[in-house]
Design a protein around this ligand. Structure first.
Ligand SMILES: Cc1cc2nc3c(=O)[nH]c(=O)nc-3n(C[C@H](O)[C@H](O)[C@H](O)COP(=O)(O)OP(=O)(O)OC[C@H]3O[C@@H](n4cnc5c(N)ncnc54)[C@H](O)[C@@H]3O)c2cc1C
Length: 418
């Protein structure tokens, strides 16, 4: 769609949040445009065919909290098959790299950490003094580096950068399903009928006059109301600027940086040798470790997941470094014979992606309250959505979508008043 010169509502970003807002405004009678910097919908939801027989989600893959996840119903409506196979994360790891007794000891240490953190959060809420989550690791516990590795997968960063209160606010019903054709493909289908302008990079939102003026790489347009859904790092870096400036929003975005998680997929020759939907992990005693999903959906491949500073160092080492590190680690667990069976197919590089600049948001210690600050409307004309604004489902695709719907409802409520 070409860029209109004037609309009622401009939505910035065609990720799950922007599409949630656009869908919610569909029958409102308002003219709407979604301005998207990329040449595709979905943002951090992106499915590719890594090989003819390998569907791979570079971003979100799991329908977390599936029994409360609004994308489950959407998947059913759009005829996307849902796979309810349980995730292998807590299962016994395949092979000998993480023997059962060690694995049980690790899970126990992990659960004890979460219990301590939960109890501490209750106290901290009363005192109002937030702290970093790593303070609740048991000093000297041998599993601490690997508990930190789990944080890099969940939060995209190590526990020293995670707000205890924010970690506690995350809602998880522990039911995790998948979309057989890919979560990114589902989000794209959800956006297919929305009014979209691609390759449209928004650089300035001028709200100094009655109508908001939006400067983009495709020209300028005006709108009555704007819904901003871009990732926090772009607001924090002022890649998208406001006039007059909105320092409270920039500060809130800086309190909610995107951590880093990256995914890699390698082709697996002779796949029958490994279990379908299996788990592979080693008792590495390091934070710098990958976690592996063997043959997701039975496909002939292995998916690796990396997070935090380790993922950043692998991205910085250049394209191919994630796949090389995965293959080395898998071979160290399963034996040298496996090297010839593994071939790199695809990997994400979210920190280097100019329109994401990371993977998902976490609150820095002391900044759990920033989610509400970021979400708050400004002057009945600027509205904010995106995963980072979700009170409990932050860092997820369904949290992003629901936040878009919430912002659309705020637009409608303010239009009625106006
Ligand atoms: C590796 C990885 C694994 C993940 N795993 C899961 C998972 O299993 N389950 C889950 O629920 N979630 C997962 N997530 C998180 C989930 O993908 C995100 O929380 C969600 O997709 C974010 O949606 P959003 O709409 O808030 O932001 P985005 O998807 O980032 O959408 C924002 C859009 O704004 C666009 N944009 C940016 N700047 C501009 C600009 N200046 N002008 C115009 N457009 C702009 C971007 O291109 C993008 O399309 C994962 C993410 C990653 C990276």
């Amino acid at each position: 769609m070409s860029l209109p010169s004037s609309v009622d509502v401009a939505i910035i970003g065609a990720g799950a949040a922007g599409l949630g807002a656009a869908n919610a405004l569909k029958n409102s009678g308002l003219s709407v445009i979604v301005l998207e910097a990329r040449d595709r919908v979905g943002g951090r939801a992106h499915t590719i065919m890594a090989a003819a027989d390998v569907t791979f989600d570079l971003g979100c893959g799991w329908l977390h909290s599936a029994n409360q996840n609004s994308f489950v119903k959407i998947a059913e409506q759009l005829n996307f098959e849902i796979d309810k196979t349980l995730p292998p994360w807590r299962e016994r790891a395949y092979g000998n790299a993480f023997p059962k007794a060690e694995r049980d000891a690790f899970i126990q240490a992990l659960e004890e950490f979460y219990d301590r953190a939960e109890q501490a959060a209750e106290m901290v809420r009363k005192s109002g003094r937030d702290s970093a989550a790593n303070l609740y690791l048991e000093p000297g516990n041998r599993w601490n580096p690997m508990i930190d590795a789990i944080s890099t997968y969940i939060n995209g960063c190590e526990l020293d950068q995670v707000s205890l209160l924010d970690m506690d606010a995350y809602e998880d019903t522990n039911i995790n399903w998948r979309v057989r054709r890919g979560y990114g493909a589902l989000v794209a289908a959800y956006g297919a009928s929305c009014p979209l302008a691609f390759d449209c990079n928004v650089v300035l939102i001028d709200h100094s006059e009655k109508r908001v003026r939006i400067e983009t790489s495709q020209g300028t347009l005006t709108a009555d109301k704007v819904i901003v859904t871009v990732p926090t790092n772009l607001i924090a870096d002022e890649a998208i600027r406001f006039h007059p400036p909105l320092p409270a929003k920039v500060d809130a975005a800086r309190g909610l940086p995107l951590g880093l998680a990256d995914k890699v997929v390698v082709a697996l020759d002779e796949p029958e040798a490994l279990p379908k939907d299996g788990n592979l992990r080693g008792a590495t005693m390091r934070t710098e470790m990958g976690t592996y999903h063997l043959r997701p959906f039975g496909q002939p491949c292995i998916e690796g997941f990396f997070g935090g500073r380790y993922a950043q160092s692998l991205e910085d080492a250049g394209p191919g470094a994630l796949a090389a590190a995965s293959i080395d680690e898998i071979v160290s667990f399963l034996g040298n014979d496996f090297r010839r069976k593994l071939k790199p197919l695809a990997e994400s590089r979210w920190a280097h992606d100019p329109f994401a600049r990371g993977s998902y948001s976490h609150a820095l210690p002391g900044h759990a309250g920033d989610r509400a600050v970021l979400a708050a409307p400004v002057d009945g004309r600027l509205f904010f959505a995106g995963e980072a604004t979700s009170p409990g489902f932050f860092s997820t695709a369904h949290g992003a979508r629901d936040s878009g719907e919430r912002a659309a409802e705020e637009v409608l409520a303010s239009s009625t008043k106006g």
